[in-house]
Design a protein around this ligand. Structure first.
Ligand code: AMP
Length: 302
């Protein structure tokens, strides 16, 4: 679950008008490569193209839980990236339909084992968890600065209810007030989640669990065209791999963050989810192999 949205994006090199985006859109495009059905929960307005929902359905994404509000507009976000393409400013966040989203988990979604709470209003993330009659086996949650700043009390509560928190480095610092990511991780691991993933854009991602740390690189790319959705795509690849293998051990999460990183490396190659629509299973397998080569080394100690 998460947003399905329109985004307007500016990078130092290019600009788009409204294109399709939203956290749940990216998660679904990524996860559906590994596991089907993906059962989507979101809300859109009358302006959201039905073809976009149909395109997702063709990839094994169920849209019964996507509410369409006839007289309102979809969530709209606009952002501008800095030269490093790692940091950005939000220019506009128009909640629109999201303002009074009161989700109802469809009966057919009950029994879900892997729940991805994409970036969304924390109170709604909480409501969705509690609507499952049986707690999913693994709950992964993403959030962002907007909710840390505007809904901290609600956010703190949901964090206590999840297994894996997924944030970027600046959000980990913002949540804890710690600059050191290791100290920040230690604090977050006392707040509820047993696992923490810190995404560091072009510098990869860190996975923390108890006293263990694992580091995954990001793919060194000639050009990052548009980083929007990379975090959500990472999340979709991560939970997609876990759901496919049904193994939630730390060891398997290491593989899952490599899979997430590989998926994110495709996402940034074009504007919006475009590249995710094009890639094949062979492209994904080849990219994962490139990651293996990237970090594979032998050391002869002398
Ligand atoms: P990411 O680049 O992975 O952080 O995600 C970008 C996507 O998140 C965009 O497609 C936006 O539509 C969506 N988004 C931006 N702000 C928010 C927000 N406050 N809540 C939920 N989704 C958002």
């Amino acid at each position: 679950m998460g947003t399905m949205a329109f985004d307007a994006i500016e990078t130092p090199f290019a600009k788009t008008d409204k294109i399709i985006g939203g956290s749940a859109t990216y998660v679904a495009y990524a996860a559906s490569n590994f596991v089907q059905p993906v059962q989507q929960i979101s809300i859109v307005g009358n302006d959201f193209p039905l073809e976009e929902l149909q395109a997702l359905e063709q990839r094994g994404v169920k849209t019964e839980g996507v509410e369409i509000i006839p007289d309102k507009k979809s969530f709209f976000w606009s952002g501008r990236y800095h030269l490093d393409m790692n940091s950005r400013d939000t220019l506009v966040t128009d909640l629109n339909v999201l303002a009074d989203f009161n989700p109802n988990v469809p009966e057919s979604y009950q029994g879900c084992e892997f729940l991805m709470l994409g970036n969304l209003v924390p109170a709604i993330q909480q409501k969705i968890i509690t609507q499952f009659k049986e707690r999913p086996k693994l709950i992964v949650m993403d959030t962002m600065n907007f909710w840390i700043e505007t809904a901290w009390e609600d956010l703190k509560k949901v964090i206590t209810m999840v297994d894996v928190l997924l944030v970027n480095d600046s959000e980990a610092r913002q949540i804890t007030g710690e600059y050191s990511l290791v100290k920040a991780a230690k604090k977050i691991l006392t707040m509820g989640p047993k696992f923490l993933i810190v995404k560091k854009g072009e510098h990869g991602a860190l996975l923390f669990h108890a006293d263990n740390v694992f580091v995954a690189p990001a793919m060194p790319l000639d050009e990052v065209f548009d980083p929007t959705g990379a975090g959500d795509t990472f999340a979709g690849g991560f939970i997609g791999h876990l759901a496919k293998t049904k193994d939630i051990s730390f060891e398997n999460m290491k593989t899952a963050i490599i899979v997430g990183s590989a998926m994110a490396s495709f996402c940034v190659e074009k504007f919006g989810p475009q590249r995710l629509k094009e890639i094949t299973k062979e492209d994904i397998a080849a990219r994962i192999q490139e990651f293996v080569q990237l970090v594979n080394f032998d050391i002869a100690l002398v």
